[in-house]
Design a protein. Structure first.
Length: 314
């Protein structure tokens, strides 16, 4: 904001010998100043019908000046107006290191007179507050309006402080700062929810230690057997339909559990009555003798050899 000052023209000093200062000379000084202002206003507004022309006003000023000089008073101009380049008779306005008719010190864009209020300077020219901000203030990347006071710089752009917020939830960023994606700012919570990879086990964002398995990522504590929720000793696991299982529950799901011992059948097996057995566990439930296909009988989900079946049930 540039400083400005408005001071009256100095009182003309009479030459020696000086005649007494009379009411007539005072009135002539005021008339001279008024005519000077009238001349500058007409020059700015343009000539109209019935209005004295600029040249006639110049003649009037010259005549009054001569009259004052005949009285022994020299009316020296207060300066030359930087706008109209004419001498200033009367009040002078000083700004930008120059002198102006008060009515000629105007905004370089809208023409508003600036002699009675604040103004801004740019490139040696004066502007009213609104035009200065519209022309020269940085623009907010959100609302595109001029930033008149505090400016926030982020993502290589400028923002009103209250217009720099999360692109998803609209929350203004606090001390935690922000994270950027595709040129947009996000709060930490929304950034993780929208862009961080999701754990295959709990579907929450994975941001720290993780495991990569089954074409996805997992929290270490979430990579457990889908059935019994126990971790995998030795790092080995079994996969079924995209989910991890321990050996027991994998074979249980597959139907490959020995009906005799309850353990997985991974090698040779016997199949009877829709159930699987380790060969050494396919035995008579009474005498515990080895059974062979075609030589056993089933009773109440139990297997018997022919002699034991006949002895017990016939």
């Amino acid at each position: 904001l540039s400083a400005m000052s408005s001071t009256p023209a100095p009182v003309p000093k009479p030459l020696l010998p000086s005649p007494p200062h009379t009411e007539a000379t005072r009135q002539l000084d005021e008339l001279l100043a008024d005519l000077g202002h009238t001349q500058s206003k007409l020059a700015a507004a343009g000539q109209g019908a019935g209005v004295p022309t600029e040249s006639s006003l110049d003649n009037m000023l010259d005549s009054l000046t001569r009259d004052l000089q005949e009285l022994g008073i020299t009316a020296a101009p207060a300066g030359v107006c930087a706008s109209c380049r004419k001498p200033i008779a009367g009040k002078v306005f000083t700004a930008l290191g120059k002198t102006w008719h008060p009515e000629h010190f105007t905004c370089a864009r809208c023409g508003q007179e600036l002699d009675k209020g604040p103004f801004f300077e740019q490139g040696g020219r004066a502007f009213c507050e609104e035009d200065y901000h519209q022309a020269f203030s940085p623009r907010c990347a959100y609302c595109a309006g001029p930033i008149r006071e505090k400016v926030l710089t982020a993502l290589e752009q400028t923002w009103h402080p209250d217009h720099f917020f999360c692109a998803h939830c609209g929350k203004v960023f606090g001390d935690e700062g922000f994270l950027e994606r595709n040129g947009k700012p996000y709060c930490h919570q929304d950034f993780l929810a929208m862009f961080a990879p999701k754990c295959q086990g709990c579907e929450r964002p994975v941001i720290d230690k993780y495991l990569s398995a089954l074409e996805g990522v997992w929290h270490t504590e979430c990579f457990v057997c889908t059935e019994c929720l126990t971790g995998f000793t030795g790092g080995s696991f079994f996969e079924l339909e995209g989910r991890p299982y321990c050996e027991l529950h994998f074979h249980q799901r597959q139907g490959s559990i020995c009906h005799g011992c309850g353990r997985p059948v991974t090698g040779r097996c016997m199949t009877a009555a829709g159930r699987r057995y380790h060969p050494e566990h396919f035995i008579c439930s009474y005498c515990l003798g080895q059974l062979h296909k075609g030589t056993f009988r089933e009773r109440d989900d139990k297997m018997y050899c022919q002699p034991c079946h006949d002895k017990l049930f016939l």
